[in-house]
Design a protein around this ligand. Structure first.
Ligand code: ADP
Ligand code: MG
Length: 447
C-alpha cells in the first residue's frame, strides 16, 4: 500500500463536475487534471440521467466523457447495467482498458467482448456479470442469442462512433439490439413498472454527425434529448492542429514517394492507410523487404495477431502501421506523429477520422495524402467537409515516372532547366490543361 501523501492532488475541476472521490483518485493517477470541453459538458448532464448526443473532435476524451458517469452511476453486483457498443474489436479493447483505468478505485467491473475471441474464454468472466460491457455488435448479439448476456438490468446504452454504428454496415445489428432493449422495457411496463419506458439512458457520441444520422439516432432516444457540441466540433471537424498536405502522385509512383516521405519525415509513429486488405498486405511486405520496421493490420488477420500488432504498435516496437480503415476510428495511440493516406478514402468523413489518430489531446501531428490526377473531386469533397483547402506539397528530387507498360509519350517528360522544344511545350500545355481542368479549378473554388 502506498502512503496516502504520495497521491497526486484531487483534480478539482472534475470534482466540480460532480465526479465522486474514488474516480477522482484515478483521474489524479492518470494525470487528468483539466476536463476537456466535451467532458465538462457531458459528465454533469449524464449524471442527471437525460439522453445525450455528444459531438467533439477526435482525440478530445470522449471515452472518459461517457465512461466517468457510467462508472459513477453503476452499482456493483446487480448485473450488467451498461452496454457500450463500438465498431471494431480494437476499439472494444481500448475503451474497456480506459474504463478499467478510470474505475480502478471503484468496485465496478468492465469487460470487452468481441468476435475472434473464443466465447468459451469469455464465459467465466461473463458469469460474474460485470457491470459494464464494451463490445462489438456482432458478438453482443451472439452472446444475447446464447443467453450468456442479458439485457434485463441494462440502464445505460452508449454508442461510440455513433455515425459509424448507424450506417448501413451495422444498422441492422444496432436496431436488433436496441429493439430487444425496448422490448424489455415494454414488458416491464406491462408488469406495472411506470418508469420502464425510461428504464435506460442513451448516450451517443462521435466526432462527425450527418443530419440523417442524427435523425436516425433520435429514434432510439427518449425526448428531451440534449445535444452537446464541444466548441469547434461542428464547423471544422478536423483537429486543427494537424498539419495537412497532399501530393499529386500517380498510382505507380506512390511507393517511391512513400519511401522518400518516410525518409524525410522520420516519423515517430506513423499509420499508412490503404483502401484494401490486399493492398495493405502488399505494401507492408514491400516496406519490410526494404528494411522498414512495419506491420499490417486488417480484417483478414486472426484476432490474436491483430491484438499483438496493436500492442506492439502502442509500445513502439515498430514505427509504421499499414492499415485498412479498421484502424481509422477511435484508436488512441500516443505519439502517432504521421498519418499517410496512401489511398484516399472514398468517404470524406473517414478522412477526418483517419487523421484524427494524430494530434490527440493537444499534441501535434502531420497528415499527408496521396491523390492521383483523377481524384480531384474526392479531394474537393474532403476539403469542403473540413472547410479548408489542403495545401499541395512537392517532394524535392521526386520526378513522376511514365505509366508502366505503355509507350512513353512526350508529355511524360516535363523539362526542368533545359529549354523545351516547341512540340514539348505544346504537349505539356495540353497535359497541364487537362490536369488543371481536373484538379486546381475545382479544388480552388471559393468556400
Ligand atoms: P476521443 O474518443 O475523443 O477520440 P479518447 O477518449 O480516445 O478521445 O481520448 C484521447 C486521449 O486523451 C486518451 O489517451 C485519454 O486517456 C486522454 N484523456 C482523456 N481525457 C483526458 C483529460 N481530461 N486529461 C488528459 N488526458 C485525457
Ligand atoms: Mg473515441
Amino acid at each position: 500500500m502506498s502512503d496516502k501523501t504520495e497521491h497526486a492532488p484531487i483534480p478539482e475541476k472534475f470534482q466540480a463536475l460532480g465526479v465522486r472521490n474514488s474516480i477522482l483518485r484515478a483521474l489524479a493517477d492518470l494525470k487528468f487534471t483539466e476536463p476537456s470541453e466535451i467532458q465538462s459538458l457531458l459528465i454533469p448532464k449524464a449524471l442527471t440521467g437525460v439522453d445525450l448526443l455528444g459531438q467533439a473532435r477526435t482525440g478530445t476524451g470522449k471515452t472518459a466523457a461517457f465512461g466517468i458517469p457510467l462508472l459513477q452511476m453503476a452499482d456493483r453486483g446487480v448485473g450488467t447495467q451498461a452496454l457500450i457498443l463500438v465498431p471494431t474489436r480494437e476499439l472494444a479493447v481500448q475503451v474497456h482498458e480506459e474504463i478499467k483505468r478510470i474505475g480502478q478505485h471503484t468496485p465496478i467491473r468492465s469487460m470487452a467482448v468481441y468476435g475472434g475471441e473464443k466465447i468459451a474464454a469469455q464465459v467465466r468472466t461473463l458469469k460474474a456479470h460485470p457491470e459494464i460491457i464494451v463490445g462489438t455488435p456482432g458478438r453482443v448479439m451472439d452472446l444475447l442469442d446464447r443467453r450468456l448476456l442479458s439485457l434485463a438490468n441494462i440502464r445505460f446504452i452508449v454508442l461510440d462512433e455513433v455515425d459509424r454504428m448507424l450506417d448501413i454496415g451495422f444498422r441492422e445489428d444496432i436496431r436488433n439490439i436496441l429493439s430487444r432493449l425496448r422490448g424489455m422495457s415494454e414488458r416491464r411496463e406491462e408488469n406495472g413498472d411506470e418508469h420502464a419506458a425510461r428504464s435506460h439512458q442513451t448516450i451517443f457520441v462521435s466526432a462527425t454527425f450527418t443530419e440523417e444520422i442524427e435523425r436516425l439516432a433520435r429514434k432510439y432516444m427518449h425526448e428531451p434529448v440534449e445535444k452537446l457540441v464541444a466548441p469547434g466540433a461542428d464547423d471544422k471537424p478536423t483537429v486543427e492542429k494537424v498539419d495537412q498536405s497532399w501530393y499529386m502522385v500517380q498510382p505507380w509512383d506512390k511507393y517511391r514517394l512513400l519511401r522518400l516521405i518516410l525518409k524525410q519525415e522520420q516519423p515517430e509513429l506513423a499509420i499508412v492507410f490503404c483502401r484494401t486488405k490486399h493492398g495493405a498486405d502488399k505494401l507492408a511486405k514491400h516496406l519490410t523487404h526494404d528494411g522498414i520496421a512495419c506491420r499490417e493490420i486488417h480484417g483478414n488477420l486472426a484476432q490474436n495477431k491483430r491484438d499483438k500488432v496493436m500492442k506492439n504498435f502502442r509500445t513502439g516496437k515498430f514505427d509504421v502501421l499499414v492499415a485498412t480503415d479498421l484502424a481509422s476510428r477511435g484508436i488512441d495511440v500516443a505519439d502517432i506523429s504521421h498519418i499517410i493516406n496512401y489511398d484516399l478514402p472514398e468517404d470524406p468523413e473517414v478522412y477526418v477520422h483517419r487523421i484524427g489518430r494524430t494530434a490527440r489531446m493537444g499534441a501535434t501531428g502531420k497528415a499527408i495524402s496521396f491523390a492521383a490526377k483523377d481524384q480531384g473531386d474526392l479531394l474537393t469533397k474532403i476539403e469542403s467537409l473540413i472547410n479548408m483547402v489542403i495545401p499541395m506539397a512537392r517532394m524535392e528530387g521526386f520526378e513522376p515516372s511514365p505509366e508502366p507498360n505503355r509507350q512513353p509519350r512526350p508529355e511524360d517528360h516535363i523539362p526542368v532547366s533545359t529549354e523545351p522544344s516547341a512540340a514539348a511545350v505544346a504537349q505539356e500545355k495540353k497535359s497541364t490543361m487537362r490536369l488543371g481542368a481536373r484538379m486546381p479549378v475545382t479544388r480552388r473554388r471559393r468556400r
